[in-house]
Design a protein around this ligand. Structure first.
Ligand code: 13P
Ligand code: ZN
Length: 275
């Protein structure tokens, strides 16, 4: 089968376009990666070239050795993915040590995978283990309202989680384990990848201060839906803070406990502190 005809590739392209339409991907901002299932590799194998050079990932992900990923290219615009996916995306394979990758398809006019490949792959490695193989999508977006909040809220998981849970009743059901927060760091390297992947042990969302967000999910719907929910909640908080700095009423810790019981989710008590 042609790579572009595969259902996972169609899903990947649609998600890039959805993100662009949300306004989260100015210029080349943001990146997306998907860990292929074995049957998906089989579907497209004859359309792949296995003679490309190996390149260092910049970190080590032995838990992903031999895995195949579709990823956005570095410097590529999400806006263009739907028009020319073969120029914007690539399919890569990792070597037996999880230290090098090679391009098997895509980036037809040259280029390399996203500069955030270390963060994507280290997050995939953690999530693959923690979810027993269920999580396959890692998504990085420059979400406007979350970025704005990183200038005015303390950069603490407890605060971001609690404030965003309060903004929409279903938020604790969508991200019950909460949100991790990474202080400002230089993007694109191993250091920020290590910090982010540590948080991914516990959370499915990590905020990068003054930069954006990383989300993990089992499929495109779940990862996009999570990004969308957190960012919408951040938008409500920005609006609320713009009207007046305090709340007249809100959802209280006891309300969250009742919600957790009814919706059968576990909400860690560390987020339900008295203010
Ligand atoms: P890339 O174009 O290399 O994917 O970088 C975009 C980005 O958002 C970096 O954090
Ligand atoms: Zn970025």
């Amino acid at each position: 089968m042609k790579v572009l005809d595969a259902k996972f590739v169609q899903g990947f392209i649609r998600m890039c376009d959805d993100g662009w339409q949300q306004g989260w991907h100015e210029r080349n901002g943001g990146n997306l990666s998907y860990r292929l299932k074995e049957e998906e590799v089989r579907q497209v194998r004859t359309a792949l070239s296995f003679d490309g050079a190996w390149h260092p990932i910049g970190t080590s992900v032995p838990g992903l050795s031999g895995e195949f990923f579709m990823v956005t290219g570095s410097g590529k615009y999400f806006r263009n993915v739907i028009l020319d996916p073969e120029d914007s995306l690539c399919l890569i394979e990792l070597d037996g040590k999880g230290e090098n990758y090679r391009i098997l398809w895509g980036l037809c006019h040259g280029g390399r995978p996203t500069s955030e490949l270390p963060s994507h792959l280290m997050n995939h490695e953690v999530k693959k283990r923690a979810s027993k193989g269920a999580h396959r999508v890692i998504y990085h977006a420059h979400t406007t309202n979350i970025i704005a909040l990183t200038f005015v809220l303390p950069l603490k998981s407890e605060v971001f989680t609690r404030e965003l849970w309060e903004m929409a009743t279903e938020c604790p059901v969508v991200f019950p384990s909460g949100i991790g927060v990474v202080d400002w760091m230089v993007p694109g390297g191993r250091e920020i990848a290590v910090e982010t992947s540590k948080l991914m042990e516990e959370y499915d969302v990590a905020v990068w201060a003054h930069h954006g967000m990383f989300c993990s999910g089992e499929d495109f719907d779940q990862a996009f839906g999570l990004m969308h929910t957190v960012e919408k909640s951040a938008e409500i908080l920005v609006k609320m803070l713009s009207i007046r700095p305090d709340k007249l009423q809100t959802i209280l810790p006891e309300d969250f406990r009742n919600l957790a019981r009814e919706f059968k989710v576990t909400l860690p008590e560390k987020f339900l502190y008295e203010k």
